[in-house]
Design a protein around this ligand. Sequence first.
Ligand code: IMP
Length: 422
Amino acid sequence: MPVKVVIGAQWGDEGKGKVTDKLAETADYVVRYSGGNNAGHTVIVGDEKYELHLIPSGVLYPDKVSIIGNGVVIDPIALITEIEGLKKRGLSFDKFYISNQAHLVMPYHKTFDNLEEKRKGSNKIGTTKKGIGPAYTDKVARRGIRVGDLLYQDVFEKKLKEVLDFKNLILKKVYEVKELSYKIILKEYLETVKLLKPYIADTSEILERAYKDNKNIFFEGAQGTLLDVDYGTYPYVTSSNPSSGGVCTGAGFGPTKIDDIIGVAKAYLTRVGEGPFPTELFNDMGNYLLEKGHEYGVTTGRPRRCGWLDLTLLKYAARINGMTELVLTKLDILSGLKEIKVCTKYKDKNKDDSFKTTSLNGKEIPIYESLPGWEMDITGLNDFNHLPKNACNFVKKIEDYIKIPITVIGTGPKREDAIIRK
Ligand code: IMP
């Protein structure tokens, strides 16, 4: 049975939630492997709209196993709030597991995220302020506290005491702000144990069994390739590896077992937070995409920066991820435009594959190819042959450029609004 990975091919918010949800119909296991509750997936099922942050979209189906792997950083209070909210809406968590090796987002991580952003002023990253960066920092610095530590009160108490003493020293001496209370954090986190305990497991082992039993496994990416801490527009990135390589370390799953890597890209481009975005539009067209595409962050509500599709960036994402197919979302948003532009190179760089995150400095001039648009509203279309000719040509242009087949095309917000081409 195939093992598939769904990854964001741009700066996140590509519509992966809906894609994974759609593909989850055929999956037995849906697994998150990176990021935390900085992610936000909107999925519409019938008349119900779900906004998921930490929980894999598999939870929307009662028969799927949903897993949060060790590569995810978990804010236990945010997780419990999300679980309780979804339970109230009738969803089941009988087949939901979180890795005992995943790191916890602690209250001081959120404090430091906020303080650092403030300190940086105009050089800020524009983070979601969920404590994600500081949590990964502590993981790598070997002073993180893991989900499994919650199960042993004495271990948790000792680790918390040690780390908090260190954090409070910095809060007091460097930032000159109030220290955090050990007692309050301890109490708050120990209260989560009872609620989280049933879900804590060795998820890598669960996945190994699933693989041996020939189950369909889906790894659901959060954020996007250009936010990857190694391959994104560093330092304006998140602190994990959302690209396909992150699956192996973030879920304890070997690379040789993966069959299919599905990139997800919007028919145009968006980004939240700071950092380079060469095809960003600062004119009416940018506002048009913002409003028609409802481009407001699920997690923070921030308006997204909008621009034309960058094919050079997409080709880079295809390479970094070893992408085998592409899902193109929100094609319907482009309906009604006379002209649609795609960036095929940058000035002074004649080669198609010139996109380099390392050399982006905000001064590059994108060179566009202009494609004719289409009038027809394509919302909800399911058949590629019923698309207007110019919409088909737009899709083919992308395929020709990145040399990856587009297998699914999103034509609206609902689960069923998609063209499946294979
Ligand atoms: P952090 O992940 O909160 O540290 O934020 C770092 C950068 O990643 C900021 O530019 C955020 O706006 C961006 N970011 C984090 N999560 C998402 C996401 O799910 N979608 C889009 N951008 C994100």
